[in-house]
Design a protein around this ligand. Structure first.
Ligand code: ADP
Length: 438
């Protein structure tokens, strides 16, 4: 809805008789000659009877129904709609007042209409049949009384104003409700995602714990076998020794791979919290960028938007792993971008947390994947090429520090990962985080 100057005192008179228009002007817009006298009187004596008399209407004239429709449409387009229309019932040769009213309402459902009729052209029932029972409609019998017209104009413009204000208020409320609903839905999605990740963390943490012990034995035994095969064991020919060495090396490689996965799972489950210190985020970012140089390659433009931020409470190696993980993922997502770019921004949030954003203009993330990317083993990459543990490790490390990690992304729109970290307390208050056992 347009927002006209307030209060809206615009009136449209629709009548084929020119003298009627003069009458309306006389009644609603008293001659200007008196205005200066009234103003002078008001200056001298405060509000006078004359100045309190009328709120100053703006009257426009249409001599046929079609012309009225045109004026009303223009007025709305200019954001200055009419509040009230006084419409004559009979306006030959054009459309009559009832038809004009019904079409005026199609364009502008808010306009208040007074149908002026001298003859019994329509019965009330007929009129209601064509227009429907409406609270926007009044009937005025000709010849009219000036006081009646003034009072109608005043009451109906006030009514229009009140309706308009309540509509604006409703629109504000609807907007506020929409915004709040969106925020709640986002918060709900985040909470359920946190809960799911927490449950997964407990399960995978317990699994990692169970696998760790036998795996240590396997690795130790493989080490023992390897050194036994270094010499030339009796009863075995050189070909058999060579074959056993190869089996041993393959098994060791497999077991090492399992050990790395278990380590990552422990990080995700927050079983491997390194003690936090006061860390300079920019230094760690630079280290991670240096490490990720190969992944990013020479074509990716790296933009730094660093603001002055306080130190954070974190483990330096943990944080480096987080930033490296995000940069490596960005590099992968940028593989087919014509102008690949990574923007790293840091700033202090209003809630006192330090924010680090890693934004890429890569291929983005499909809506159905966004909620799953922090889950362990979730990957969209080729089987075997990726473990799907990178982001779950980032998630585990950041939540272990009392921080948060979120993502904003859409297909083709790149991705922005936001890491929120607590500021470091003053050095004398620094205590290590307790180790959590899931
Ligand atoms: P992996 O990289 O091994 O697949 P991650 O946990 O690091 O595992 O990432 C999970 C998935 O999240 C990826 O397979 C990819 O689909 C998606 N992803 C992560 N970062 C980005 C990014 N910057 N742009 C687009 N997709 C991403």
């Amino acid at each position: 809805m347009s927002t006209p100057a307030s209060p809206n005192r615009r009136i449209l008179v629709v009548d084929d008789n020119r003298t009627i228009h003069q009458d309306f002007r006389k009644i609603l817009c008293p001659p200007t000659a008196n205005d200066s006298l009234d103003a002078m009187e008001a200056d001298l004596f405060g509000q006078t009877e004359a100045s309190a008399r009328l709120p100053g209407f703006e009257v426009d004239s249409a001599y046929q129904g079609e012309e009225a429709l045109l004026l009303s449409r223009n007025a709305r387009e200019q954001g200055r709609p009419y509040a009230v229309a006084f419409v004559d019932i009979r306006m030959p040769p054009g459309i009559d007042g009832v038809e004009t009213t019904s079409r005026l309402w199609k364009d502008d459902p808010d306009i208040q209409v007074v149908i002026c009729s001298a003859y019994a052209d329509y019965s009330w029932e007929e009129m209601m049949q064509r227009l429907g029972l409406s609270q926007r409609l009044l009937i005025l019998r000709k010849p009219f009384d000036g006081i009646e017209v003034r009072q109608l104009a005043y009451a109906l413009t006030e009514k229009w104003e009140l309706l308009h204000r309540s509509q604006l208020r409703m629109e504000d409320l609807a907007r506020a409700v929409d915004e709040r609903t969106r925020q709640l839905a986002a918060a709900h999605a985040q909470i359920t995602q946190h809960q799911r990740l927490k449950a997964l963390g407990r399960l995978s943490g317990a699994l990692a714990h169970e696998i760790n012990n036998p795996l240590s034995f396997i690795l130790a035994n493989l080490g023992y076998l390897r050194s036994a095969l270094e010499g030339s064991p009796p009863h075995l020919g050189p070909a058999e020794v060579q074959e056993l060495r190869e089996v041993c090396a393959e098994s060791t490689e497999g077991a090492e791979r399992i050990r790395r996965i278990i380590q990552n799972i422990k990080l995700f489950s927050r079983l491997d919290d390194a003690p936090p210190t006061r860390v300079d985020v920019h230094e760690v970012l630079e280290q991670a960028l240096g490490e990720a140089r190969n992944e990013l390659g020479p074509n990716v433009q790296v933009v730094r938007e660093f603001q002055a931020i306080p130190r954070v409470h974190a483990s330096e190696t943990g944080l480096q792993q987080v930033f490296f993980g995000l940069l490596a993922n960005a590099a992968q997502a940028l593989k087919e971008s014509p102008q690949p770019r990574v923007r790293i921004s840091t700033y202090l949030q209003e809630d006192g947390r330090v924010a680090v954003e890693v934004q890429d203009n890569g291929k983005g993330i499909a809506a159905e994947h966004v909620n799953r990317i922090f889950e362990p083993f979730f990957t969209t990459k080729r089987m075997g090429s990726s473990s799907g543990l990178g982001l779950s490790v980032c998630y585990g490390i950041v939540s272990g520090l009392g921080g948060d990690i979120t993502v904003d992304s859409a297909p083709g729109q790149g991705a922005t990962f936001r890491v929120l970290l607590p500021q470091a307390p003053a050095p004398e208050h620094l205590t290590p985080l307790p180790v959590r056992i899931p």
